[in-house]
Design a protein around this ligand. Structure first.
Ligand SMILES: C[S@@+](CC[C@H](N)C(=O)[O-])C[C@H]1O[C@@H](n2cnc3c(N)ncnc32)[C@H](O)[C@@H]1O
Length: 401
């Protein structure tokens, strides 16, 4: 972090601090205010020594809207001509936030509705599982800082679309562009496709290193993306509801000055600590892509073709489960790897299945390895099935005898 880069944290109502800032002095504002959940949010700190909390309880919708309106007006005043605002909301208040932003910034200054999408594993019986949050992106004027970002092509993208320039024919139809000799015109350096408004960024999992225990803490990756998109090094970023200080930390790590405000003393203290000791989780998903989790090798699973199973990712012992268990207990499956004996595979399967309450475990054998001699050592409940390859090898061998 450069010593010229600053961070200020204020313990106050953000309205007061914003009103005292210079006119058009701020380049980017991200706000993640209380969401009109009518709840008190409480969570225990990482070291379990403290309970962090903030109230999100309002007399009425008007009361909440009035609170936001005043603060949005104050943000509009301090935002520079080329500045942007990102407003993070939750479903209860999306409609209110959008209307207020239109009123303060003008509907023509609306740039995007960003959907932050993540996967969560929880039961939701009477409604669809919530798996996204919305961020409204507005700018102060039409001249705004915007650093175009790129994302990878989807696996189904046609290679021609990547490599060849496009043009419109006389009917307005999209065609591949050709030079005067009729040759296809190449598309130059390829970055990917421009970043879309749906962002697949993992939710902070309970064991994430950067998790502080502050309720509704957002991932650094999310803030880093916003900051890179709409500000430059040396710019000043403000978070008027900074909570655990995620925005300030992301801004400083990216060479931007940061100002954070929060009414909670605990939040201010936590933000200061995080700035002194920045901790950032690495996300395999973001570095390597979602496909990196698919370690249940497709070729292995192809041996189960025709069987009704659910593939298992990120488990070193189990490749899949049968869709239907036995007596309400799951039936895990493992396919033996080339570099392991049947007994090794059986133990891995058994170990991984034990805590899942499985009584029957199926191991698909790909090599003979004389496993009958291991019958006594075979962990209880593991049943070995020959793969088609092994069955064919046995038939060939037996008919050659
Ligand atoms: C949803 S949390 C922000 C979480 C934050 N984005 C993070 O990553 O940790 C909202 C925060 O707004 C604070 N807050 C509520 N009213 C405020 C006000 N008038 N001025 C400043 N902060 C306020 C709460 O104390 C709480 O920390």
């Amino acid at each position: 972090m450069s010593s010229k880069i600053k961070a200020e944290v204020h313990h106050a109502d953000c309205l007061i601090v914003l009103q005292n800032m210079n006119y058009e002095s701020i380049d980017l504002v991200y706000l993640d205010p209380p969401f009109f959940t009518q709840k008190s949010h409480r969570l225990v700190s990482r070291d379990r020594k403290k309970i962090f909390s903030f109230d999100d309880i309002w007399v009425s919708e008007e009361d909440y809207s009035g609170f936001l309106f005043q603060r949005l007006k104050a943000i509009h005043r301090v935002l520079s001509r080329d500045g942007s605002i990102f407003f993070h909301c939750a479903p209860n208040a999306n409609h209110l936030a959008r209307a207020l932003l239109d009123e303060v910034f003008g509907p023509e200054m609306f740039r995007s509705e960003i959907i932050w999408y993540y996967r969560r594993w929880s039961n939701s019986r009477r409604r669809l599982l919530p798996a996204h949050q919305t961020i409204y992106y507005y700018t102060k004027s039409d001249e705004f800082t915007f650093n175009l970002a790129w994302q990878e092509y989807s696996p189904s993208t046609n290679i021609d679309q990547i490599l060849q320039q496009r043009a419109r024919d006389t009917f307005g139809k999209s065609i591949y562009k050709r030079d005067e000799l009729g040759n296809i015109e190449p598309n130059g350096d390829k970055h990917g496709v421009p970043l879309s408004d749906v962002w697949d960024i993992p939710y902070l999992n309970p064991k994430a290193k950067e998790r502080t225990g502050y309720p509704t803490q957002k991932p650094l990756h999310l803030l880093e993306r916003i900051i890179c998109l709409s500000s430059n090094e040396g710019d000043t970023v403000v978070d008027p509801f900074c909570g655990s200080g995620t925005t300030l930390l992301a801004a400083n790590l990216l060479g931007r000055n940061a100002i954070g405000i929060d009414v909670s003393e605990d939040a201010v203290e936590l933000t200061r600590q995080r700035l002194k000791n920045p901790i950032r989780s690495k996300s395999t998903l973001l570095v390597k892509g979602r496909d990196s989790y698919r370690n249940a090798d497709e070729t292995l699973l192809s041996m189960l073709l025709g069987v009704k199973y659910v593939p298992v990712q990120r488990n070193s012992g189990i490749d899949a489960f049968l869709k239907e268990g036995i007596d309400e207990t799951p039936v895990p499956i493992r396919v033996q790897r080339e570099d392991e004996t049947i007994l090794e595979a059986a133990h891995k399967l058994h170990k991984a299945s034990r805590r899942k309450g499985a009584k029957l475990m199926l191991l698909v054998a790909i090599s003979e390895g004389g496993y009958f001699q291991f019958d006594d050592d075979l962990p209880e409940g593991v049943v070995i099935i020959d793969s088609p390859r092994l069955s064919i090898e046995k038939i060939l061998r037996d008919s050659g005898d």
